[in-house]
Design a protein around this ligand. Sequence first.
Ligand SMILES: NC(=O)c1ccc[n+]([C@@H]2O[C@H](COP(=O)([O-])OP(=O)(O)OC[C@H]3O[C@@H](n4cnc5c(N)ncnc54)[C@H](O)[C@@H]3O)[C@@H](O)[C@H]2O)c1
Length: 270
Amino acid sequence: MSSGAIIVTGGGGGIGRAIAKRLHADGHTVVIADRDRAVAESAAAAIGCEFELIDIGNEASVISGVKAVAARHGGLFGVVNNAGIHMQALVVETAVEDWDRIFSVNTRGTFLMSREAARIMAAQRSGQIVNIITKLGFGNPFSSAYLSSKNAIWGLTQCLAIEMASSGVRVNAIAPGHVGPGTGMEKAFRAKAEKLGKSWDDFEADVVATIPLHRWCTPEDVAGGVSWLMGPDTSFVTGELINITGGFQAYASTPSADSVRAAAERGPTK
Ligand SMILES: NC(=O)c1ccc[n+]([C@@H]2O[C@H](COP(=O)([O-])OP(=O)(O)OC[C@H]3O[C@@H](n4cnc5c(N)ncnc54)[C@H](O)[C@@H]3O)[C@@H](O)[C@H]2O)c1
């Protein structure tokens, strides 16, 4: 269907794999970009698409990987910046190395991929970039590095959308709510439950109670949003943030004062 390939970063697992599968089913030429060869290879084989080993936090890897995909497929139809990592820690216990690690993948990686894609798309005078962030606009306990890194991507999205508009390149963001089960983030949700002193069942019940549509988001829900943005009906959509959250607005759970004091006394942990 499309001319040029769509690169899906982090397409080896979780939400990225569902996005790659959906875009392939839509008729696009999809290339999974992941730093993990085993998951990339197995996802690409299952979907019937290609993969390219790219570590999005590494400038040289991004430059050569994006160039190679565009050369193989006669350009870039799009890029889905989905790869991202999480950690669960209160601000008072966050080591600077962990803060930098989260930013180096989520923010720096999305910036590098967007920059290299935009260089090719500027010459093509076409293309679109979709950044997978997370629901913004509220505090999320134990998630300061993650949420800050994702807020930064929203800033990048808005700036790039303006800069590339006259080149016919559109840039949007999708903010999934709680996808959790079956994705890499499930580990992070389980760590959050533990830190809040809740059983998994109680934590899940709390999460679902905050979602008006009363269920977890699925990778396929997110993939449906990406499919729409990459489809034929969005030529007037740029610089937008699309929430796919089941109506979720904010967290109610807070860590106890005792647990915060204990963590503050311990300080950053590595
Ligand atoms: N799962 C959720 O509940 C949830 C909610 C909101 C937003 N998100 C966002 O959706 C995206 C996908 O989340 P997920 O839970 O499916 O993740 P996941 O852990 O299941 O998969 C992430 C993939 O990214 C790859 N990856 C990690 N670092 C990379 C790097 N430096 N270079 C290339 N590939 C790299 C991993 O190998 C993996 O295949 C992330 O950006 C995440 O922040 C997830």
